[in-house]
Design a protein around this ligand. Structure first.
Ligand SMILES: NC(=O)C1=CN([C@@H]2O[C@H](COP(=O)(O)OP(=O)(O)OC[C@H]3O[C@@H](n4cnc5c(N)ncnc54)[C@H](OP(=O)(O)O)[C@@H]3O)[C@@H](O)[C@H]2O)C=CC1
Ligand SMILES: O=CC(=O)O
Length: 292
């Protein structure tokens, strides 16, 4: 099966590599073309533009940074819209808001193509291991056609109904995750400043009711101050911003998420946007008393 793949960042590279390793023929495109090289070494073909990829493949997957990127790849010259037609599918797995997804869906379906949004939960390692959780919504027939690929990239796929529901589910999940990361950062700092061993805090947390893989995975590297990016902080802040907008639309008070968003914004202003989202720890860690 020939599939297209647009966007070879942290996630797209791992996901398309898995498809290749499991026997899919993959045609890739990335704005910075040099990022295609490693995929080519593993058997991928390169398309010169998104339109060229879409013209060649029965369906094309995209994994792009944010709404602006997702819209650019579809609507700009030689973009997805220039290649899409009846019988072809477009699957956007980027994390965007439902308005962006709906705009893309309308443009694709107006040209006769079919559209599925399918954002994912899970970071670099789950992407490498084919352990993502896929949150699909849109054209059911395209979802069913894509199941063999989803089964390679993920451990579980959900079909959530009409376009927008996948985007919303992903934003709700990441709103919770971003808020938890901030509470965790404050807990680490509080333990440290009050004379406790943060490593012992990790052990205690891991044995109790709020034990979770994120604390387990990120805790040790945060204590070391190692923020090598798996999930870039700028993307987590984008997700908080989009989730807060969804809260506005639905009149849902979200004071905890709003505070977490401010912390991620502060981290971005400190130059930490390209670090892992756990670098938000630095926003509380920096306020060290000068002599004590
Ligand atoms: N990393 C993670 O843990 C997870 C990320 N996500 C979501 O997946 C998406 C991708 O994340 P990730 O791979 O980490 O991000 P990266 O920042 O590593 O990659 C972003 C990709 O988007 C491309 N891009 C950005 N702007 C444009 C544009 N204007 N036109 C064309 N291409 C563009 C980049 O191209 P170029 O190489 O040229 O810059 C790159 O291929 C995001 O929506 C993120 O929120 C979801 C789950 C987990
Ligand atoms: O969007 C990020 C994730 O870890 O999921």
């Amino acid at each position: 099966m020939e599939v297209g793949f647009l966007g070879l960042g942290i996630m797209g590279k791992a996901m398309s590599m898995n498809l290749l390793k499991h026997g899919f023929k993959v045609t890739v495109w990335n704005r910075t073309l040099s990022k295609c090289d490693e995929l080519v070494e593993h058997g991928a073909t390169v398309g010169e533009t998104p339109a060229a990829v879409v013209k060649k493949c029965k369906y094309t997957i995209a994994m792009l940074s944010d709404p602006a990127a997702a819209l650019a790849v579809v609507f700009e010259k030689d973009g997805v819209l220039d290649g899409i037609c009846s019988g072809k599918g477009y699957i956007d797995m980027s994390t965007v808001d439902d308005e962006t997804s709906t705009k893309i869906s309308e443009a694709i379906t107006t040209k006769g193509g079919s559209f599925l949004e399918a954002p994912v939960s899970g970071s670099k390692k789950p992407a490498e291991d084919g352990q993502l959780v896929i949150l699909a919504a849109g054209e059911k027939a395209l979802y069913e056609e894509a199941i063999p690929a989803f089964d390679i990239m993920g451990k579980k796929s959900f079909f959530l109904g009409p376009v927008g529901n996948g985007a919303k589910m992903k934003l709700v999940v990441n709103m919770v995750m971003g808020s938890m990361m901030n509470a965790f950062s404050e807990g680490l700092e509080l333990a440290d400043k009050s004379g406790l061993d943060p490593q012992t805090l990790l052990a205690v947390l891991d044995l109790g009711a709020i034990s979770n893989p994120m604390f387990r995975l990120k805790g040790p590297t945060m204590i070391q101050g190692n923020y090598s990016p798996a999930f870039p902080l700028k993307h987590q802040q984008k997700d908080m911003r989009l989730a807060l907008a969804l809260g506005d639309e639905n009149a849902v008070p979200m004071p905890v998420a709003a505070a977490a968003n401010e912390a991620f914004k502060k981290a971005r202003s400190m130059g930490l946007g390209d670090k892992d989202f756990s670098a938000v720890y630095e926003t509380v860690r920096q306020f060290k008393p000068s002599s004590s």
